[in-house]
Design a protein around this ligand. Sequence first.
Ligand SMILES: Cc1cc2nc3c(=O)[nH]c(=O)nc-3n(C[C@H](O)[C@H](O)[C@H](O)COP(=O)(O)OP(=O)(O)OC[C@H]3O[C@@H](n4cnc5c(N)ncnc54)[C@H](O)[C@@H]3O)c2cc1C
Ligand code: FES
Length: 252
Amino acid sequence: MSLKLPGSFKKPIPGQFLMVRIKGRNEPFLGRPFSVYSFAQDGRGVYVEILYKIVGKGTMCLSGQKKGALLEIHGPYGTPFDMDKYPRNVILVSGGIGVAPVTYLASQYRHYLPAAPHLEMVCYHGVTGSRRLLGLERLKEFCSDVFISSDDGTVGYHGSVVEMFEKDVLSYNPEDTMIYACGPRPMLKKLAGLGEVPRFRCQALLEEHMACGLGACLGCAIRVRDGEGRGAYRRVCTDGPVFNIQDIEWDY
Ligand SMILES: Cc1cc2nc3c(=O)[nH]c(=O)nc-3n(C[C@H](O)[C@H](O)[C@H](O)COP(=O)(O)OP(=O)(O)OC[C@H]3O[C@@H](n4cnc5c(N)ncnc54)[C@H](O)[C@@H]3O)c2cc1C
Ligand code: FES
């Protein structure tokens, strides 16, 4: 979905999200969080794309909006991905609709880091099946390689994206490689559990349920390990949605 916003709308940093609400509707009452898929700007305004999957009332309602409909959009919110100033290897691991924020991240690395001519960006993207494969062409614009997996074997590697990535992980040097991941929780948990991953800097974007999106309701709290290794709670909407993957307590 393409959104036209006022020129004053702040440019989102990759990893940040927008709260989208259908104007004038009380059902669903609360906005829904969506990652930024693309951002552009000209003299007439700001243009943002989101990529969404219909899972319930809010997304169903969104899909019924006609061209020109008015939406209520707040943001950008949240703590973004850490982007390296002089990155060498960037690995993106995404599952399903998690392709949206990693594509925006890839676009920003590619266009705004001319100081990193040696940047190698590779994406491992998993889908349930070929019908769910979206945004491949755009990913290929930014990444030197895009590896696809599918659960049902209808496209690419037959199996999970994490299994596919595991086969290559030893070929990357943890010293100069940053991993960014977004996808369903089980996928991220599996990635966090790979023996090699703690040697890398690896950040994950969590697509948890949210209510206020502003840090007020605590509805999005997750359990993490803090800097001293103690258990603690963090709000996905303000402390996240991006976290160091090793800090997250997946079984809580
Ligand atoms: C930071 C962030 C970025 C996101 N980016 C995107 C994006 O780019 N594209 C996209 O399609 N979605 C994204 N999501 C998820 C999206 O916000 C939810 O899918 C959406 O809120 C669902 O609203 P709904 O009213 O359609 O579903 P609801 O009616 O609220 O729920 C329908 C069903 O889906 C389940 N469900 C709802 N939300 C989630 C969730 N977050 N995780 C697991 N199960 C859920 C519910 O338990 C219920 O069974 C993001 C979430 C976060 C927190
Ligand atoms: S959604 Fe309300 S505190 Fe995060």
